[in-house]
Design a protein around this ligand. Structure first.
Ligand code: AKG
Length: 324
């Protein structure tokens, strides 16, 4: 029965008309897309499917640390020189590595509060795992502790500096076990115009070791060209999203990892440690050595102010609440 339902919902997710209907029902939450369409001259209703092919032909402004002179700019920047070590060095390394690690950001109390509130929300049925069975999406809308962690200034200040714009929470994903998700770039799921104005922070909410499916990432891979719908066989048409689009995307990512000989790193962490990654850094979840091991953690995805946010794979604009 479960398999049949999964297949049924999987099919529904490929029909573009369903997203148009969903958009219509959530019209109020498309204000951001309406404003950004106007700002960037995209002549299109935000109700309709949209993807990178519908964006302006000029690429728009590149984030300052994705430009060739990023390191010189960082070295000349008084804000960067004033940062304490080791943060200053990590920020200097960002243009080359595409990630940075902040150790011990959150206290055991802050971590406990998040774990407790999430467990309560799960126990009372106020939140549930999504179709993957592993992710609790958007729990920051119900949990003050999760909202506070996602909006913590210690993370946001670093993100604002790295992206050169004010960053805002788009979504939280809470995990109780490893995701075991294959390597991907967030920009296939959450895309911006101009490209690159997204970043993620991943918070360890218990000890993370080689055993419980740590986050893995490929330093330097953010410099690969963005792989979007026109770069792999997505199999979609005018009315449908290709049923195997994501599998084909994952295969294309794996090929570029193999060609680029990127080395996977694992984020082994203590509760409260944070890893921040670039919009295009390839990353995923390592297989859990102990099946179903507990791996409490949270990923937060952030968009920059004044950029258009949309979902390339499912070809729809992002719904954004004004009070996010
Ligand atoms: O936590 C993981 O295992 C992967 C998280 C991830 O890929 C994401 O949040 O984009």
């Amino acid at each position: 029965m479960r398999k049949w339902l999964d297949r049924y919902y999987g099919r529904l997710r490929t029909i573009k008309a369903n997203y148009v209907l969903l958009n219509l029902l959530n019209y109020r939450r498309l204000g951001h897309a309406r404003r950004m369409f106007r700002q960037y001259g995209v002549v299109r209703s935000p109700l309709l499917p949209v993807s990178s092919g519908d964006m302006p032909k000029t690429p728009g402004e590149t984030p300052w640390l994705d430009r060739p002179d990023a390191r010189e700019r960082l070295l000349a920047d008084a804000r960067v020189q004033a940062l304490p070590e080791p943060l200053r060095q990590s920020v200097l390394d960002w243009p080359d590595k595409g990630y940075l690690i902040l150790r011990g950001v959150f206290s055991p109390d802050e971590v406990d509060r998040v774990n407790r509130e999430l467990q309560q929300l799960i126990d009372t049925g106020a939140v549930d795992f999504n179709f993957t069975g592993r992710k609790v999406m958007f729990a920051f809308r119900q949990s003050p502790a999760i909202k506070a962690m996602a909006n913590d200034r210690r993370i946001l200040d670093v993100l604002d500096l790295l992206l050169g714009r004010r960053m805002h929470v788009f979504q939280t994903i809470n995990f109780q076990t490893g995701s075991e998700q294959a390597a991907h770039s967030d920009s296939i799921h959450m895309t911006t115009y101009p490209l690159g104005y997204l970043a993620a922070a991943w918070v360890a909410l218990e000890p993370i070791t080689a055993d419980n499916g740590p986050l893995m990432y490929f330093p330097g891979s953010h410099k690969l060209p963005y792989l979007l719908n026109d770069g792999f066989d997505h199999g979609g048409g005018r009315f449908t999203i290709g049923e195997d689009a994501y599998a084909h995307y994952e295969a294309a990512v794996q090929r570029s990892i193999d060609e680029g000989r990127f080395t996977p790193h694992e984020f082994h962490a203590r509760p409260g440690d944070v890893l921040i990654w670039h919009a295009n850094l390839l990353h995923g979840g390592k297989k859990m050595a102990t099946p179903n091991a507990s791996r409490k953690s949270m990923a937060v995805h952030y968009f920059a102010e004044d950029v258009l946010c949309y979902h390339e794979l499912t070809q729809r604009v992002a719904m954004i609440d004004d009070d996010h």
